[in-house]
Design a protein around this ligand. Structure first.
Ligand SMILES: Cc1cc2nc3c(=O)[nH]c(=O)nc-3n(C[C@H](O)[C@H](O)[C@H](O)COP(=O)(O)OP(=O)(O)OC[C@H]3O[C@@H](n4cnc5c(N)ncnc54)[C@H](O)[C@@H]3O)c2cc1C
Length: 408
């Protein structure tokens, strides 16, 4: 019998926990270490921050999900790894109790956090959207501002998927509330490079920027923030951008505390260095995947930090590790990028598609249909963890709720 301990129940971790039971041996045990009680699909955190997320329908309780899918959930955070004893140290989320958990195979999927690049004042004066808790705190502040009825300004640093989706969602909410004497909101979306979505095809950046500007969002390109104060951001060329609430959504890194633990190898953004088969370069009983792992690819690049990649890696590892426990060799994870979809509000999205091809040759589509494809990506994740029947029921319930619930 082997004990498999998965740390982190996000896009990668919960899929892996669900799928492993189907591939490993009957006697093997799966434990999921995760400090939250419920799983949230991280690409939707901006909806929590804007107050548009339906937590009744779109979250999964680890306790009941684990009971149904054959894994045990420990509500705790990993704090250290002891490779000599094959144990990890964890801290209970509710009681702060410290204890050790033994493993035969350890799989780390703790995701990433925003990278403030040590910008002065960013930690103290910006809201980060790294967890459901932070997103909820953001909503408490936003809901107050949206009801203030006097003009307010929001600064958002980073025009990647997170910043773009957050800006669009806040704009939509404030526009809706204007009818009820809500707050006229000015939104500054601040980006250091010369285009929004700098890691996407140029055509996609162009279309997204057009849509943002159509929605009266100020897109400030080539604007690098040097310092953040309580109510403003100061650029490197000394411009001051005043705001009532400020978000930081630029760049990612694995959490600082991870770097160095267990004597594993880490890169400069704290990601764990792994081989193509997802074993860490230092210890073949420890695996890492998702945003916290630097996964090399045959072309010399690395798997990008995105939800689709985390899901695919989880599916791959479930099969590969299952096979390994049945005596087969581990297999390499080769990521075929199917493109990317970014939502700009509830009725518009822009997507770049072309499985496996180079970024410049991907084709870009936009509109309501692409917005529906964006939703499908989340539904596919839900299907993996809950099955088609549950997803169908959730979709019908959501539709009925949208039709029958009062507008306000
Ligand atoms: C607002 C937002 C919008 C995004 N939009 C998109 C998008 O449109 N498209 C896209 O492809 N990607 C998007 N992303 C990125 C995407 O969410 C990530 O790439 C993906 O979630 C990574 O999956 P993961 O499993 O590695 O980590 P996560 O999904 O972040 O999960 C990590 C889990 O680990 C847990 N954890 C953390 N620390 C510990 C610890 N010490 N011990 C135990 N557990 C721990 C966390 O609670 C969490 O549940 C977005 C991200 C954000 C924040």
């Amino acid at each position: 019998m082997s004990r498999i301990v998965i740390v982190g129940g996000g896009a990668a971790g919960i899929e892996l926990s669900t799928l492993l039971k189907k591939t490993i041996r009957k006697e093997d045990e799966v434990i999921l270490i995760e400090p939250e009680t419920h799983h949230f699909w991280k690409p939707r955190l901006h909806e929590i921050a804007a107050g548009t997320f339906d937590s009744d329908l779109d979250t999964v309780c680890y306790f009941t999900h684990g009971a149904k899918h054959g894994y045990q959930h420990y509500q705790a955070s990993m704090t250290d790894i002891n490779r000599d004893n094959k144990t990890i140290s964890v801290c209970g989320a509710m009681d702060d109790a410290h204890y050790e958990v033994e493993y035969d195979y350890l799989i780390i999927a703790i995701g990433a956090v925003s990278n403030d690049f040590n910008t002065q004042g960013a930690k103290d004066h910006c809201i980060f959207l790294d967890s459901a808790n932070q997103a909820r705190q953001a909503w408490h502040k936003m809901s107050y501002i949206l009801r203030a009825s006097t003009p307010h300004t929001v600064n958002i640093v980073g025009a990647g998927a997170t910043g773009v989706e957050l800006a669009a969602e806040l704009e939509r909410e404030s526009r809706k509330l204007l009818r009820y004497n809500g707050t006229p909101l000015t939104i500054n979306l601040i980006e250091a490079t010369d285009r929004v979505l700098p890691n996407s095809p140029e055509k996609m950046s162009h279309k997204v920027q057009q849509q943002l500007e159509k929605n009266n969002i100020n897109v400030l390109l080539q604007t690098r923030i040097n310092e953040v104060t309580e109510k403003s951001m100061i650029t490197i060329d000394n411009r001051t951008l005043n705001a009532d609430i400020q978000f930081w959504a630029a760049g990612i890194k694995a959490p600082d505390w991870l770097n160095g633990i267990g004597g594993l190898a880490y890169n400069r953004i704290n990601q764990i260095e792994v081989n193509m088969d997802l074993t860490t370069t230092v210890d073949e009983c420890i695996f890492a995947l998702g945003d916290c792992a630097a996964i090399p690819q045959p072309d010399g690049g690395f798997v990008p930090p995105k939800a689709q990649a985390a899901n695919r890696a989880a599916e791959h590892l479930a099969k590969s590790l299952g096979g390994f426990l049945h005596g087969k060799p581990l297999t390499d994870f080769i990521f075929k990028d199917g493109g990317m979809v970014v939502a700009v509000g509830h009725y518009f999205a822009v997507g770049s598609f072309a499985p496996g091809s180079k970024m410049e040759s991907q084709f870009v589509l936009h509109g309501l249909l692409i917005r529906r494809i964006y939703d499908t990506i989340f539904r596919l994740h839900q299907k993996t963890i809950s099955g088609m029947f549950t997803v169908s029921r959730l979709m019908i319930t959501k539709r009925l709720k949208a039709i029958f619930k009062p507008k306000i």
